[in-house]
Design a protein around this ligand. Structure first.
Ligand code: GLC
Length: 787
């Protein structure tokens, strides 16, 4: 009856009982040793520092906090120089970047930056708890506050006015603005207020709720259990907050280059012949592709670590042949292990005590694809190791990428997951599933990534995951789960991926074309245009839906989808450079405009356009029969990527976008590196093109290259080539300097294309005049440099 009007029957209205919260009360006394410990009337609070600009606060009702960290953390507290001033009403504890004020009666915390600007403060309400040991923290909300992050959430970019729950959930029902919990839980957010940013990471693995809706004056974060344990990240820029957050939770390794290519999937390419036919169509149509996915049908009765030999009699040679053609096979691996007394993985799991159990010791069994199944207890190191070693089944066949799905963990029952009373061993510190539910996917990702890495003898693994918690970026790329072939879902993918990026996860993307429901040629075209610029680019669709491979909708759609897949390959050197930046700094590849323009109100909730790096703006068409759209260009001069038409920013413009056009704008002062189109990332580049969009100032770009496949970049085997361009009056000066020359790329030629040049100029490269340059139409000055 919940989906008829009966759901809103007046008799259903429940009495609105407000929860009784107990404030921690006044400060009684405090101690300062390694950390600051405050005893209050109804609880203990600690303060410690992880850097000058990162403070950790914990609170436990009625007893001392344990200070145990969740699985998210990569950093230990640091000995930071602090000054503590005691005043009658309050204490002031200062680092060089953060000032923490502790008011005594009642106990309240406020954090300021070193210039005295308020970051967070508590007012009438501060930290509190309920009889049921739920915990909550209230903070004042400023009228100028805008909120970002929160991992994977539906709706628009700015989360002010939302109430969001973190509880990893398998949601096949259409995702819509009121869908709350999805597959990932990242209890972290960034506030931007008057151009400055700070962040809060609430490291609690229980179900948590962030309420930015119930009041205009304050917001709160709440957890169903555990300790109140959160970090204040001082900013002051949005980029600083991401750097601080990823200092705590880690950054991704540089992915293998092939993971950045175009990926084709379907639930399911059911047998070897289908896969071969698929590959031959890609070859025949000369469409680039780097990976093909095997969904659950490849397995024997959906048993993980098996192949169905009726369907895939030559699995091993198929994988080898495809590798030789530059295509990787990525099989799906779910956590559920079929209950089957004759199935070695189940036998081993039972014998070696690897499965989740009730406190009484019975293995928890729940239904997923293989039928009744057991679930590995990834909270134990030995289980993660076991699972990691099992990946050998795949790596021995030549597989280098694994797709982890259903790892919320999803179970086909009312609650959609395992019993909350299941006990996870947690290396001898047992905890209930109610507490560890949200980290199940993260730990499975860790087991998979670590196992693959061990077995691939120096090659970079690729893991794709559906579920995760803060820190998931260390192990896996994240796709946004079971979307539908709805225009609205394509639109929603943008703020979702942008907020994931702010939440430290740079490698994300939706199922291009839409998973459930039937796509159309037009939707697939527009979605492929968007997908070419989302960090992760995979076309995937559900069982029983119409075919949605690039050629499935006739010639025009086929031509355009191919053009954009090729465009992805062209942009790879630039994208790869940005992935390297994400590895170094945590900054996302796909960015909301507010990250670069936090003072510009037009960007605060701009959800249907995004930036690639700092200075490339993508504005997809997200409606049917629509060939124009409004694009917001922030301050500066912007070039239309296709026509080189220049626009003055700080305004909205109307652009034309026929079906074959994705509006792309490049900011003056930018440089972009492009490669020739190729059918797989495995094909070496013969040259690289550097597009320069010169400005009045000196323009700079650092191109990054390495072998794209091994970890040798961690031993300094990479190239960082700094290119500067100074365009003034009648001349263009280019300077090229290898800041680090630990790798020699396949290409030996650099083709320079200097845009927006209206007449021939004298060109100097590292002080030498270059005489063979020519001026193309569209005012592009072109020349080649050979090494
Ligand atoms: C889940 C996944 C989907 C996959 C399907 C079958 O719904 O989200 O991507 O195709 O399971 O494995």
């Amino acid at each position: 009856m919940q989906d008829t009007s009966f759901a809103i029957h007046p008799g259903n209205e429940k009495a609105n009982k407000s929860t009784q919260y107990y404030d921690i009360g006044n400060l009684i006394d405090y101690e300062i040793n390694q950390l600051f410990q405050f005893r209050c009337e109804r609880g203990w609070v600690t303060l410690s520092f992880y850097a000058e600009d990162i403070a950790r606060i914990t609170m436990k009702p009625l007893s001392k906090p344990t200070m145990e960290s969740s699985f998210a953390l990569m950093k230990e507290p640091q000995e930071i120089e602090t000054v503590c001033e005691e005043h009658t009403q309050y204490l002031l504890i200062k680092t060089a970047q953060l000032h923490i004020k502790i008011s005594k009666i009642p106990f309240r915390i406020a954090a300021y930056d070193h210039q005295g600007r308020v970051l967070v403060e508590e007012g009438k309400r501060g930290m509190a708890f309920t009889q049921k040991q739920e915990i909550i923290c209230f903070k004042e909300m400023d009228a100028a506050d805008h909120f970002y992050g929160f991992g994977e959430k539906t709706s628009f970019l700015d989360k002010r006015g939302e109430k969001m729950t973190m509880w990893n959930t398998d949601v096949f029902a259409p995702h819509n603005p009121e869908t709350d919990s999805l597959y990932e839980s990242i209890p972290y957010f960034m506030t931007i207020r008057n151009g400055f940013a700070h962040g809060i990471f609430f490291d609690n693995t229980y179900r948590t709720v962030f309420d930015l809706k119930s009041s205009q004056e304050s917001y709160s974060f709440w957890a169903e259990g555990g300790e109140l344990d959160y970090y204040i990240l001082a900013g002051p820029t949005p980029k600083d907050v991401i750097a601080q957050y990823t200092t705590l939770t880690g950054r991704m390794d540089i992915p293998p280059k092939w993971a950045l290519g175009y990926h084709q999937s379907r639930y399911s390419y059911k047998d070897e012949q289908e896969v071969r036919e698929l590959v031959s169509l890609f070859k025949k149509k000369e469409i680039p592709v780097d990976a093909i996915y095997l969904d659950i049908h490849y397995m024997d009765g959906y048993r993980v670590f098996t192949f169905d030999y009726d369907r895939f009699p030559q699995a091993h040679s198929l994988i080898q042949e495809l590798r030789a053609e530059g295509i990787n096979i990525i099989p799906i691996v779910d956590p559920g292990v079929k209950q089957d007394a004759e199935y070695p993985i189940y036998q081993e799991g039972v014998r070696e005590n690897h499965f989740c159990k009730s406190i009484e010791g019975n293995i928890y069994l729940g239904e997923v694809w293989p039928g009744i199944s057991a679930f590995p207890d990834f909270s134990n190191t030995d289980v993660r190791r076991w699972w990691g070693q099992k990946q050998k089944f795949y790596t021995d066949m030549g597989i280098e990428g694994i797709w982890n799905d259903m790892n919320e963990p999803a179970v086909f029952n009312e609650t959609k997951t395992m019993d909350l009373s299941v006990i996870h061993g947690n290396d001898g510190n047992p905890k209930s599933h109610r507490e560890l539910h949200n980290v199940y996917g993260l730990l499975m990702g860790e087991a998979t990534y670590t196992g693959l890495k061990e077995q691939l003898s120096g090659k970079r693994p690729f893991v794709l995951t559906r579920a995760g918690y803060a820190g998931v970026q260390r192990y896996a790329a994240v796709w946004t789960g079971d979307n539908r072939s709805f225009w609205e879902h394509m639109q929603m993918a943008m703020p979702m991926c942008m907020n994931l990026g702010i939440s430290g996860v740079p490698f994300t993307g939706p199922d291009v074309g839409g998973f459930a429901h039937d796509t159309t040629g037009e939707l697939l075209t527009r979605w492929t245009q968007l997908g070419a610029f989302t960090p992760y680019f995979r076309n995937h669709s559900n069982l029983g839906t119409v075919a949605q491979e690039p050629w499935a909708f006739g010639e025009e759609v086929g031509m355009i989808t191919k053009k954009y897949i090729e465009l992805r390959y062209k942009w790879l050197p630039h994208l790869y450079t940005l992935f390297r930046e994400a590895h170094q700094t945590g900054l996302p590849v796909m960015r909301p405009l507010v990250l670069e323009y936090p003072n510009d109100p037009h960007t605060f909730n701009l959800s249907d356009q995004f930036l690639i790096g700092e200075n490339v703006l993508i504005a997809p068409i997200t409606r049917p029969s629509t060939y124009h759209r409004v694009v917001y260009l922030p301050e500066g001069i912007w070039y239309d990527y296709w026509t080189d038409t220049k626009y003055e920013g700080g305004t909205h413009i109307m652009v034309s976008a026929p079906l074959d056009t994705l509006p792309i704008f490049v900011k003056e002062g930018a440089m972009i590196s492009e490669a020739p189109v190729k059918l797989s990332t495995k094909v070496p580049d013969e040259h690289v093109i550097i597009h320069v969009y010169p400005s009045q100032q000196v323009t700079e770009y650092v191109l990054y290259e390495d072998d794209g496949s091994s970890f040798s970049y961690q031993n300094k085997q990479y190239l960082e080539r700094k290119i500067t361009c100074h365009h003034h009056e009648n001349q263009v000066e280019i300077n090229i300097e290898d800041i680090h020359a630990g790798y020699s790329p396949s290409w030996k030629t650099m083709i320079f294309q200097i845009h927006g040049v209206d007449a021939m100029k004298t060109i100097y490269v590292n002080g030498q005049e270059k005489t063979d340059a020519y001026l193309e139409d569209k005012h592009i000055l072109t020349f080649e440099l050979n090494q």
